[in-house]
Design a protein around this ligand. Structure first.
Ligand code: SAM
Length: 144
């Protein structure tokens, strides 16, 4: 999406098969995004900085200690004024199948140091297993 808007874009996933699919899709669309097999818990290993980070469905998969590692990892590669936009499963989503649910208060607590939370709004995530999608939080957060 970002490459389609003419932006310099880097996509990462820790699973090589996911990156192979993304590379194929970008090639099919004639886009020049870079895709890397990389661990979001170790973003400094990329030796790059990112003005904007988009996260759909990653934050909510981490257990508590990895969530802290992820936010530290993010903080190290996003300069002051940079933005982090995130979509995660909401605690308002009924049931317990799929990833863990996240409460708004957990997002606020995770980004209480070196970040400013601009907005956390109710949203939906489109998924392949439900026509209605799932209830989510969409967070817009700025690095201070
Ligand atoms: C729920 S999927 C979301 C995929 C995609 N963003 C989407 O919206 O369809 C979560 C993805 O995070 C990847 N992932 C899990 N742990 C990761 C990590 N530590 N670093 C990078 N990617 C990771 C998984 O391999 C998986 O592809």
């Amino acid at each position: 999406m970002a490459a389609g808007l003419g932006l310099e874009a880097v996509g990462i996933d820790v699973v090589p098969a996911a990156i192979a699919i993304a590379q194929r899709k970008a090639a099919d669309r004639g886009l020049s995004a870079r895709f890397l097999v990389a661990n979001a818990l170790e973003l400094t290993s990329l030796n790059e900085r990112f003005d904007t980070v988009l996260d759909c469905g990653l934050f909510h998969i981490f257990k508590d200690d990895d969530r802290l590692r992820f936010v530290d990892s993010l903080r190290a590669v996003v300069p002051a004024g940079g933005r982090y936009y995130m979509l995660c499963f909401s605690d308002l989503q009924p049931g317990d199948s799929g990833p863990r649910r996240i409460a708004k208060s957990e997002i606020i607590a995770s980004f209480d140091n070196a970040w400013h939370i601009d907005a956390i709004d109710p949203a939906k995530i489109d998924i392949t297993t439900s026509a209605d999608g799932v209830l989510a939080w969409r967070a817009s957060i700025t690095r201070t």
